[in-house]
Ligand binder design. Sequence first.
Ligand code: GLN
Length: 503
Amino acid sequence: MSELYKLSAWEIANKLRLREISSLEITQAFLDRINQTDDKLGAFLLVDDKIAIETAKKIDSSRLKGDTLPKMAGVPIAIKDLICTKGLVTTAASKILQNWVPPYDATLVENIKDNGLIILGKTNLDEFAMGSSTERSAYKLCLNPWDLNTVPGGSSGGSAASVAAWQTPFSVGTDTGGSIRQPASLTGIVGAKPTYGGISRYGIIAMASSLDQAGPMARCVLDAAILHDILSSYDMQDSTSLNYDFGSMEQAAIEGTNQGLKGLKVGIIKQLTGEGFSKGILAAFNKVVALLVNNGAEIVEVDCPNFQYSIGAYQILMASEASSNLARYDGMRYGKRFLPDKQTVTAESMMKTTRDIGFGFEVKRRIILGTYALSAGSYEAYYGAAQKVRTLIKGDFTRAYKQVDCLISPTVPTVAFKIGEQLDDPMAMYMNDLATIPANFGGMPAMSIPNGLAANNLPSGLQIIAPQFKDYNMYFLASALEKLINFNFNPSGLTQLSKAVNL
Ligand code: GLN
């Protein structure tokens, strides 16, 4: 097969097991694809051919020796550059961590290595995961493989674009307010975040710790499920990690495909199917509702009146936690140090210069907002009030789940927007998270699967949210729906990309 890079992760694993291909061969196929396309696409901040090839060779020789290998051994993967990789530069797409080499692996990276996956490189993102378009990367722009004039979403835009452009079979993203699901929706792929605490945060550069989670991004539900199982583990090094048996997501995906929707009660969130959502997105959503009904699911409309406050509360809570987490970048302990020009260098002037040059505009905006919200005179009025809203939103979920098994909504109000279109309009940019934030507030598992094309032949996403600990149910429904939706994955911008890079 000439286009090896089009294989899904589970197909690659099967072929490796049957020795139809070697890990070196498949790794090389993806590295070639990245080298050919990424100057234009901008999905990767770092590609490490050498380590990838070395690891692939090791896996191949141990397979030849007849060693028992983990099921996914030898399959390539890409990792968001917010996640620490020992010996491999990790920048959070910020100047302040330029050339920083972590002395340790994030727990999820250890899991990836223990499972014999081949790390191709680190993917592009909005600086410190703050954004919805990857335009806030301090290093480079990332384009959407469906239309090179549009953004891939964010903040895990590089993880999404690399999967959509066949540069990797799957990748890892992180999601604080929607950063896995929103770019998945904009690039026509699958992206999931677990129940809060399901995947260790140890070694993930913190944005807003009470909301941050990592998760899989892939072109099909089964690949996402397999990766989810690999990433998820109880970790003593993360105090919020859950020691809980979630079951096998791979199993859930298989059962969902086989068993279908009969008997499932699915809730439609009233507040997420009207105002603020584009016509095309709502039309695609209504189609999927009809599919559900025609295939034996029961549909219930649920009321979540407090969801309308989620963006406001998120801005306060996220910025407060981020301002506190980002206080550690002072040029003193680690990361980059920038020295002032003229004045005498003092600790204070050095820290000021470091943070002034090291952080980008959006990061500074959020640090200032968060510091203000946490200040003595404003704490109760802002941070306290936002925490109360978070509790109200959780209450909406609790009431909804008394009536249904899972909830659905469009993932994002619109399809991918044009590069530059929302950059100077923070309110428009923040509105991208309208449907995704509530699940982070509730600590619920949530995912996006492709749901056909909407405006301009660009993909739209369907969000599935399940109760805490019910990640299994979420994958079950996702997989059943994936089969019915039967999305034709064919990123139209890739022809444009091939031309641009003379392929
Ligand atoms: N787009 C959201 C923001 O800008 C979400 C970010 C995220 O989930 N990391 O904050």
